[in-house]
Design a binder for this molecule. Structure first.
Ligand code: FER
Length: 326
């Protein structure tokens, strides 16, 4: 985080560094100083949901000799939704074999981001986490797709903190479902169906992850929303007034809808950007009877610690259910 603890700075002008911090959680605060998982916040014992670990273990983030961590590459597809060619970054499993078929994770960046937000930040250790966890069998080998979530129809439109500038993010569901997913499914060796299709996102991407999951629960079997931004339901925060994508009572799965095998919501306990909005989503889901897992990462800010934690726990859930199937 920046020192002022005011990520937006004075007024609405952001510099390049601040914008990239929003997009990818790049500005990691490092380890939670002196706080442990069991005794955060004034010595109160924090009870975590079954199987959840607050922090991604060091071993998952470590580069081991002789292991091929691969590289993100970039591709484009034509989006009928946006009326233009759009980009995505993709990480194929090491030893990707077109004859095999792999599950796919769609991973959504934060506000002001693009398809390079995750792939351009080696500090997030994403490649290490995906490859190490697949190598030791704690998750499945998978393809990771990082789209550009700003699905504008006007190539000159820019994201920002106002309702008009957020419309392209809410339009991403159409681009994802109607353009990107069919493209990925026809150009890569992917397994289809909800049990093989995963969705995760950070901040603005965490908000759209929840929205997309509620709208199309039949498509995604494993879901993780990390540090979700406000605006799913109407509210006003320090950045803007949010009209809301739905009302609080609508924030639930439709009756008889299939629900994700795992639906994880998490957030750093010291998030200086989205504050307690993710927790408020947890509370709404609890009131509305939508099954989910909620936990906090003690001491984490709006940063890579939170991103790694959410992804680690998502991958572990995927791996655990894979173990059950075998
Ligand atoms: C907001 C607060 C945070 C908001 C978006 C964010 C659109 C997103 C932050 C991020 O993606 O890092 O009020 O409104």
């Amino acid at each position: 985080m920046n020192d002022s603890n005011d990520p937006i700075g004075s007024g609405n002008e952001m510099n390049r560094e601040e914008i990239s911090m929003f997009a990818s959680g790049k500005a990691s605060s490092g380890e939670a100083e002196g706080k442990t998982a069991a005794f955060a916040q004034g010595g109160t014992a924090v009870v975590l949901p079954d199987g959840i670990e607050e922090r991604c273990p060091e071993a998952c983030m470590t580069t081991s000799e002789g292991v091929d961590y691969g590289e993100f590459t970039h591709g484009t597809y034509f989006s009928k939704t946006c009326g233009m060619e759009r980009g995505y970054s993709i990480l194929l499993p090491s030893g990707y074999d077109g004859e095999k078929h792999y599950p796919v994770l769609y991973l959504l960046h934060g506000i002001f981001g693009d398809e390079y937000s995750f792939s351009g930040d080696p500090g997030n250790k994403l490649k290490e986490i995906f490859v190490n966890m697949a190598e030791d069998g704690s998750t499945r080998e998978m393809i990771v797709v990082c789209p550009n979530m700003f699905a504008a129809t006007d190539p000159d439109q820019k994201p920002g903190f106002d309702a008009q500038a957020c419309i392209p993010y809410d339009n991403f569901i159409n681009d994802l479902v109607n353009d990107l997913m069919p493209y990925i499914e026809s150009h890569y060796a992917v397994l289809t169906g909800r049990k093989n299709t995963y969705l995760a996102g950070f901040s603005m991407g965490g908000r759209e992850t929840i929205y997309i999951t509620l709208m199309r629960p039949e498509l995604f079997g494993y879901v993780c929303s990390i540090s979700a931004a406000p605006g799913i339901v109407p509210t006003k925060d320090k950045f803007m007034e949010h009209p809301g994508q739905m009302t609080e009572s609508e924030m639930r799965f439709a009756k008889d809808a299939v629900e994700p095998e795992a639906f994880i919501l998490c957030c750093g306990s010291s998030d200086s950007v989205v504050g307690t909005y993710p927790e408020s989503y947890h509370e709404i889901f609890t009131r509305n009877g939508a099954a989910h897992i909620w936990y906090e990462i003690s001491g984490a800010d709006h940063d890579n610690d939170a991103i790694r934690s959410g992804l680690y726990n998502l991958l572990k859930n995927i791996g655990a259910d894979k173990a059950k199937d075998e």
